[in-house]
Ligand binder design. Sequence first.
Ligand SMILES: Cc1cc2nc3c(=O)[nH]c(=O)nc-3n(C[C@H](O)[C@H](O)[C@H](O)COP(=O)(O)OP(=O)(O)OC[C@H]3O[C@@H](n4cnc5c(N)ncnc54)[C@H](O)[C@@H]3O)c2cc1C
Length: 459
Amino acid sequence: MTKRNITILGAGLVGSLTAILLKQRGYEVSIFERRPDARKTDIYAGRSINLAMSTRGWHALEKAGLKDAMNAIAIPMYGREIHAIDGNIVFQPYGKNNEAIYSVSRGELNKFLIDEAEKLGVQINFESKCTYTDIASNTITIEDLEGTKNIKVDLLIGSDGAFSSLRNAYAFADKTDYQHFYIGHGYKELHIPAAENNGYLMKKEALHIWPRKNYMLIALPNMDGSFTLTLFFPYEGEPSFKSLLTDEEIIAFFKEQFDDAITLMPNYLNDYKTNPTSSLVTVKINKWTHLDKSLLIGDAAHAIVPFYGQGMNAGFEDATTLANIIDKYKGENWTSILDEYAASRIKNGYAVAQLALNNFIEMRDLVADPAFIERKKIEKELGLRYPNEYLSVYEMVSFSHTPYAVALATTEAQHELYQTIINNTTNFWEQLNDDNYIAQLSIWVKQYSVKANNILANA
Ligand SMILES: Cc1cc2nc3c(=O)[nH]c(=O)nc-3n(C[C@H](O)[C@H](O)[C@H](O)COP(=O)(O)OP(=O)(O)OC[C@H]3O[C@@H](n4cnc5c(N)ncnc54)[C@H](O)[C@@H]3O)c2cc1C
C-alpha cells in the first residue's frame, strides 16, 4: 500500500489538528495557509479572543495526545452567571455533576497546534493563499510571495474556514445543495482588564451573560485576569449598531443596559467605536467529499453561529471521526473512507447549525425568564433521579458524544415530556414527597426514554 500524500488548505484550529492526527497515522502532510505565521506576527492585532471548549474538543486533543498541555491554560466555567438589568446576579450551573466548559485562548491554541504539527514534520507554507481549486483534476492554485503556481495534489482537505476555496468549488458541482445565510445580528468585542496581580474583577469560573431579550453581552475569562466580552447586537432597528452613533448615545445605552459591566470597563467607549463589527454566517452544504480525492472539514463544511460554543468542537469531532474511519479501513480504500465520513458527519453538521441558531434565543432571552429557570431546575432533578433515562439536550451537546442530529431530534421529545409534567402537576417540588406522583413521573420518563432510544436507534 502506498500512503496518500495529504494537502490541507488552512492552518486554523481544525486544519492544524487534522494535520497532527494524519501525521500520527504516517501520512506526508503539507498545509497552505493564507495568513502569516501567528507565532511570528500578531495576526490577532492584540485582541485576546477566547473560545469555549467542551467534551468533543477535549476528546480530540486527547486523541492527539495534547490534552494535558492545553488543560494547563484552560479555565473551567461551571455555569452561566446571569447579570440582570438591576444588577442582580444569579448563577445557573451547566451540568448536574459540576461539569464545566473551558475558556481557552484561540491564539494560544492555534499556535500550540501549529507548533505540534511542525514538530511532527508537517510542512506548513504560510502566506500561501489558495485562489482556485479544480476538483476534477485535484489541482489547486496557490498565490504566495513568489507568485502563482498550480499544484496537482493527491488527497486534498479543505479546512479553510467559512469562505473555503474548496467548498466554493463543491458548491457548483452537480446535485449539490448549498446555502449560506447571515443573521441580522453582528458582534463586537469589548474588554474588562485584569485586577491587580492578575486578579479577576468578576467571578472567574463562569460564562457571564447580560441577556437583554433581542441582544446580549457575554464575557469569558482569560488566563491573565482579564475578560473578553462580546456584544451580539442587531445591525438595524432600535437599539442597534446603526442607531447608536454619538458618544452620548453609546454611553446612555451602556449605562442603561450594562451598568455593572461598564464600571469594570474603563475603555468601553473607545473599544465600541474602534473595534470592528463582524457578521455571523451559517453554511450548509450536502457535499463534503469528492470521490477519493478531497473532503471538507470544520467551518469550511459547517460554519455556524457561535451561540452553543460548538463550532470548533464540531470541527474537532469531524477530525476525530475521520481519524477513526481511517483506522477502521487501515488507511486503505479511500472511496469508502470518504463515503463513510460524509455519511456520518453531514447530518450532524446540519443539526449543530440548527442547535446553534436555537440557542441564541435561549442565551439572549430565556435564561432570564423565571419559567425557563424553573424548567432547568426540574430537568436537573430528572437527570439526577433518572440518570440512565434523562440527559438534557445541553448536556448531550456539551458533555457527551451524542451525535448532534440525535440531540436535535430529542429536543422535541424532551419538550413533550416537560409539557406532560407541568400539565399534570400542581407543585413539582412538593409532589416529589408523594409516592403515587413519583410512580407516575417514572412512567412519563420511561415513555420519554422509549422515544429517545428510538431516535438514537434510527440515527
Ligand atoms: C464570535 C465567535 C465565537 C466563537 N466561539 C466559539 C466557542 O466558544 N466554541 C467553539 O467551539 N467555537 C466557537 N466559535 C467557532 C470557531 O471559531 C470556529 O468553528 C473555528 O475557528 C473553526 O476552525 P476552522 O479551522 O475550521 O476555521 P478557521 O478558524 O476559520 O481557520 C481557517 C484557516 O484557513 C485559512 N484560510 C482561509 N482561506 C484560505 C485560503 N483560500 N487559502 C489558504 N488558507 C486559507 C485562514 O487564514 C485560517 O487560518 C466562535 C466563532 C465566533 C465567530
